[in-house]
Design a protein around this ligand. Structure first.
Ligand SMILES: [Zn+2]
Length: 183
């Protein structure tokens, strides 16, 4: 393994020396990796990048994926897969998840982050489910104002405008910092 391999949240450079470039962010003190990849410090432009390996990964049946909700339809959601069994993937493969039988007002919103289980490959489409305790939404925002939400029994409540809504939440909702920042 290369010495330049970094993981999300890893420190790459100080912001006094380098500016955050591709796949990085600046936490006010350090430039950190936003994804797994190869650290690339450009000494001329003083920009720190992380080059993401191109991995074409198709999840298998039984795999647990974490993805970003790309579309919400009346009876299903489409999710772009970001992680397969905890490993990042850049291939941007989509899966769909049926939501027809869920008695929930807004199962998910576009740009929510969901944990799903892959159950089938049918006619070129990858099918997933979210009907287990640990499956479902792990990150969402208020539908009215985009504010931060907290859980209230089976519902969620906006901390800004107090709007009460529903999602199919994962039992891991609210403990998902590891995805973005690994200390
Ligand atoms: Zn709100």
């Amino acid at each position: 393994m290369s010495d330049n391999l970094v993981f999300p949240g890893d420190k790459i450079a100080s912001i006094e020396e380098y500016e955050a470039g591709h796949n990085t962010f600046d936490d006010g003190d350090m430039v950190r990796a936003a994804t797994m990849g190869e650290k690339d410090l450009n000494k001329e432009t003083r920009i720190a990048n992380v080059n993401h390996p191109k991995l074409l990964s198709i999840p298998k049946i039984g795999d647990i994926i974490i993805g970003t909700v790309a579309a919400v339809m009346s009876s299903m959601i489409a999710v772009t897969i970001d992680y397969i069994n905890g490993k990042p993937t850049t291939s941007k493969v989509e899966c769909i998840c049926g939501t027809r039988n869920m008695r929930i007002r807004n199962v998910a919103l576009v740009r929510d982050i969901a944990v799903l289980k892959i159950v089938a490959h049918l006619n070129g489409t990858i099918h997933a489910v979210m009907d287990e305790k640990e499956l479902g939404i792990i990150f969402t925002k208020c539908r009215k104002c985009g504010g931060k939400v907290i859980t209230m029994r089976d519902a969620i409540k906006c901390t800004d405008c107090s709007w009460i809504d529903e999602r199919k939440l994962s039992s891991d909702f609210g403990k998902n910092d590891f995805i973005y920042l690994r200390e």
